[in-house]
Design a protein around this ligand. Structure first.
Ligand code: ATP
Ligand code: MG
Length: 634
């Protein structure tokens, strides 16, 4: 562990020296004067005075050496379209898009709201914004009108870029009516709405405010738009958090710090080298998509694979076939996707030649042990769980194989990443937890480069939301709860507001979920705490079974419930045993695959779960209601 320890120690004790060295990875049009300005905590400014541009670093800079290398490979199993763009072609497309945006009046500092499905034009649009110094705000294409309207009003864009339609699982979703409704609801009226016409929408809907992209693109076909050299701390984008726990926060990212942090992460965490191919199966609407579909792989000179479709269409072998066909070296997805694949036909994986693949990265939610073991054994390659947030922009916990290939610990995303002064703290006192003691995961000041600089338009909210939970200390709270072992490995136990208190014992919902999911019958599980007059709170479990038919008979089901209770008793003690285990066919999740525990808890306590704009499938709520009615309230 010495190499890692030494590396991490230096990044914390001498952050200026550490990051000054890392800053050499990117192009600075004007060198920075100060590595770190800590004059106004908890705000931190990195590489002050330096001028750079994200688009230049992601694209222009590679033209000398890799103009003919693929930069972007686009595959849609929804439309059957596959397209490849070399760095030279990507450069040309971004310039066209930038010229079009400029002709519509977009200038440095303006916001551009991007409401697009997974199409190459989304990449062009984001990088065109970067080129112009405009601030992109990508809104996940699956969001409905009210969520879109809220983001329009918060970001006040000068332009919206959208498409005629998106597609998911073979279903076409018309975007025009959604945009129409969002614009009607929003106070702010953007002067222009640019539409990418995929010719996919069943009806040719037209609205007077829509401007079609293609004719404008033709008009600006050969135009070159120079990069705006931005001061390192100017905003590059605003991205709203997933909204799992409440009103989404508009996370603001800088330019220089982000570029440096991503470039460094490509070596130390992802071990991605120029010329490699990386497939991040996420969405450009999420932070993983921003950082690891677009910016990091391009800044590091890789080929990035962009995929529109689900992991199971035409069948559960599609991703593995893509690995074979495109000689993919690095793959990145969320545990949800793997659980889906495991439930389908896990053997499909063996049918493809996966020899090009070096490492699989997973992030976004806890990686349960059974899934981790399955995929590690099936692939025979390192599977690297990494923990982070929209706010941080890049991993906080991971095995940093490019620093030292420490062993993986099942159920843990690993050790603190360099640059992050990550500690677990007692929620009441703020004291550092001893190894083995549960606490809130916090970060010391300053946050490393690449992390959020503020909440969009609301510096006060940045301070009050993130930096005020531990009194008298300059600490950033992740609002996640965890436990750290003697070797520094952290296990995430759930979100702080999911922690339950049973007769004075504090339990992370994740601990109970882990115990239940170790039972072979369980495919997925959510545990929530509900009020109980006697014990304060009790745990309720909602379980999706691998084979529900088998447990349909009353006696089989009763035996399973007893077995599950025994499993929890054995692993955590009777105190953690759920008061009831409910069987459901599906759990309510956000569109990014995160469990909506709060909504489940509200239903269980007979409260209104409120508006859930980010929910993937609202009928999952009905399942929970039905299960509660059938099983009787706790
Ligand atoms: P909101 O903050 O609006 O409620 P959100 O927290 O779901 O939304 P994200 O920033 O997308 O929005 O998610 C980050 C959270 O996801 C983390 O704080 C953590 O709870 C969870 N998470 C991410 N990666 C991991 C991981 N590897 N293991 C366990 N949990 C993870
Ligand atoms: Mg969050």
């Amino acid at each position: 562990m010495t190499r890692y320890r030494e590396f991490h120690r230096r990044s914390i004790e001498a952050p200026e020296d550490f990051w000054r060295d890392e800053a050499r990875r990117i192009h600075w049009e004007t060198p920075f004067e100060t590595v770190l300005d800590r004059s106004n905590p908890p705000f931190a400014r990195w590489f002050v005075g330096g001028r750079t541009n994200l688009c230049h670093n992601a694209v222009d800079r590679h033209l000398a050496e890799r103009a003919q290398q693929n930069a972007l490979v686009y595959i849609s199993t929804e439309t059957g379209i596959e397209r490849r763009y070399t760095y030279a072609e990507l450069y040309a497309e971004i310039n066209r898009m930038a010229a079009v945006m400029r002709s519509l009046g977009v200038k440095r500092g303006d916001r551009v709201l991007i409401y697009l499905p997974m199409i190459p034009e989304a990449v062009f649009a984001m990088l065109a914004c970067a080129r112009l110094g405009a601030i992109h705000s990508v809104v996940f294409g699956g969001f409905a009108a009210p969520s879109l309207a809220a983001r329009i009003d918060d970001a006040k864009p000068a332009l919206i870029v959208t498409a005629d339609a998106g597609a998911r699982g073979g279903k076409v979703i018309d975007y025009t009516p959604l945009v129409d409704e969002a614009l009607a609801r929003a106070q702010h009226k953007p002067p222009h709405v640019l539409r990418i016409d995929r010719q996919l929408a069943p009806e040719r809907l037209n609205a007077s405010y829509l401007v079609d992209y293609e004719p404008l693109r033709e008009q600006f076909f050969d135009v070159h738009v120079p990069c705006e050299w931005l001061e390192s701390n100017e905003p590059s984008y605003v991205l709203y958090t997933s909204g799992t726990t409440g009103r989404p926060k508009g996370v603001v990212r800088d330019v220089g710090g982000y570029a440096v942090a991503l470039a460094a992460s490509m070596e130390y965490i992802f071990e991605g080298r120029a010329g490699d191919t990386m497939f991040t199966a996420s969405d450009i609407g999420w932070v993983v998509g921003h950082s690891y579909i677009i910016y990091a792989p391009l800044i590091a000179g890789l080929t990035t694979v962009m995929y529109e479709g689900t992991p199971i269409r035409p069948d559960g072998g599609i991703w593995w076939r893509l690995v074979e066909q495109h000689r993919i070296n690095l793959m990145f997805t969320a545990p949800t996707a793997l659980r889906v694949l495991k439930k389908q036909d896990p053997a499909l994986l063996k049918k493809s030649d996966l020899s090009s693949l070096r490492t699989l990265f997973l992030a976004g939610e806890p990686l349960d042990e059974p899934t981790a073991s399955w995929i590690t054994d099936a692939l025979g390659k390192p599977v690297v769980d990494n923990y982070w947030q929209t706010e941080t922009g890049w991993p906080m916990l991971a095995i940093q194989r490019g620093v030292e290939a420490l062993p993986q610990k099942l159920g843990s995303p690993g050790v603190p990443v360099y640059g992050y002064n990550l500690t677990l703290r007692n929620e009441q006192t703020g004291d550092v937890c001893a190894p083995g003691e549960k606490g809130v995961i916090t970060l010391g000041y300053p946050l490393p480069p690449g992390c959020m600089s503020t909440v969009w338009g609301d510096d006060r909210r940045f301070v009050s939301t993130y930096w005020s939970s531990v009194p008298d200390q300059q600490l950033y709270s992740t609002f996640d709860w965890g436990i750290q072992d003697d070797n520094g490995y952290v296990t995430i136990l759930g979100r702080t507001d999911d922690v339950i208190n049973v007769a004075g014992h504090r339990l992370g919902t994740r601990e109970i979920e882990e115990a239940l999911s170790s039972h072979a019958a369980v495919a997925e599980v959510a545990v929530v705490g509900v009020a109980d007059p006697l014990k304060g709170q009790v745990a309720l479990a909602f379980v999706v079974l691998r084979d529900a038919e088998r447990y349909a008979p009353e006696d089989a089901r009763a035996k399973l419930e007893a077995d599950l209770a025994a499993t929890v008793d054995r692993q955590l003690g009777a105190i953690a045993r759920p008061a009831r285990v409910h069987m459901v066919a599906m759990l309510p999740k956000t569109r990014s695959g995160k469990l909506l525990r709060r909504a489940i808890a509200a239903l269980a306590e007979g409260r209104d779960p409120g508006d859930l704009p980010t929910i993937e499938d609202a009928s999952a709520l009905q399942q929970v209601r039905d299960a509660l009615t059938a099983g009787g309230k706790a």
